[in-house]
Design a protein around this ligand. Structure first.
Ligand code: AG3
Length: 281
């Protein structure tokens, strides 16, 4: 009997993978961490029963979270990543030569340890960061909400958190967006994953409204992500004068991407009509 891993979303909608074996299960201070070997998509990392990534296809998420904002900013030198303990996001950030310093703040050290041992999508980066041996990327184990209150001067802030329900809820609040706005340089750009378009529509609309009260301009976009109940939503907040509809195609050419297609940047703004109508600032 093949085993399966199923994540249930609201309304009884599920995403399932056939799995060959369970590689790891443990409880950290913050959450349940599981790793499976799937039949067709490499390894699967789950936190509290929700799929974070599959190693064969994770770029569909990490490329679409990181590169649109990085390419929209004229000179992204200093970048803050909140969450992203598996290392996929920081890996994509460092592919941009303009980045002089990237700081990743992850609350759960055990996720990083599990990612180093069993996931391995970071190409050795996390281990180096743990040892403080990476010149351009620093790791801080701590609460992003606290960190952002005391630190500023970022060109880009990227939030790679769990869903807008549960422990990460604070990261979708107006108070947090206010801190993030202050932490940004002018111009500055903020992006957060924002859940499933169809299954977390209310959370998406609330986050959009909260962001609209704080940022100078807010954009919503979506992308199909392997392993999630797609399409997946992302929200962008702008400080100052920056047009997220325009990206630097010259810089994009160097990246050689597989999923996010900079030449068709405008397609990421596609939203189901009823959702677009709900997203009013
Ligand atoms: N962080 C966003 C995960 C959200 C997935 N939600 C879900 N499956 N219900 C992804 C971590 C990858 N760096």
């Amino acid at each position: 009997m093949p085993m399966e891993f199923i994540e249930w979303y609201p309304r009884g909608y599920g995403v399932a993978f056939k799995v060959k074996e369970k590689i790891f299960e443990g409880h950290s201070k913050f959450q349940k961490i599981e790793v499976y070997e799937t039949e067709g998509f490499g390894r699967l990392l789950a936190l509290d029963g929700t799929v974070q990534l599959v190693t064969e296809g994770e770029e569909s998420y990490h490329e679409s979270l990181v590169h649109p904002v990085m390419l929209a900013h004229p000179n992204p030198r200093r970048v803050l990543v909140i969450g992203g303990g598996d290392g996929g996001t920081i890996r994509e950030v460092l592919r941009h030569e303009e980045v002089e310093e990237a700081i990743m703040v992850e609350i759960d050290e055990e996720v990083i340890e599990v990612a180093i041992k069993f996931i391995g999508i970071d190409g050795g980066l996390l281990d180096k960061m743990m040892k403080g041996e990476c010149k351009r990327a620093k790791l801080i184990i701590g609460d992003g909400v606290e960190f952002i209150k005391e630190n500023s001067g970022f060109d880009v802030v990227i939030v790679d958190s769990t869903d807008p329900v549960g422990p990460a809820k604070m990261l979708f609040s107006r108070e947090f967006y206010e801190r993030a706005y202050e932490a940004l340089n002018d111009p500055g750009i903020y992006v957060t994953q924002a859940g499933s378009v169809y299954l977390f529509t209310d959370e998406l609309v609330t986050a959009y409204e909260n962001m609209s009260r704080v940022f100078d301009k807010v954009y919503a976009y979506s992308f199909p992500v392997i392993g999630y109940a797609s399409p997946w939503a992302f929200l962008v907040g702008i400080k100052g004068d920056l047009d997220f509809r325009k990206i630097d195609l010259e810089r994009a050419k160097k990246l050689n991407l597989k999923y996010y297609d900079p030449e068709n940047h405008e397609t990421i703004f596609q939203m189901p009509r009823y959702v677009r109508e709900m997203l009013k600032p």
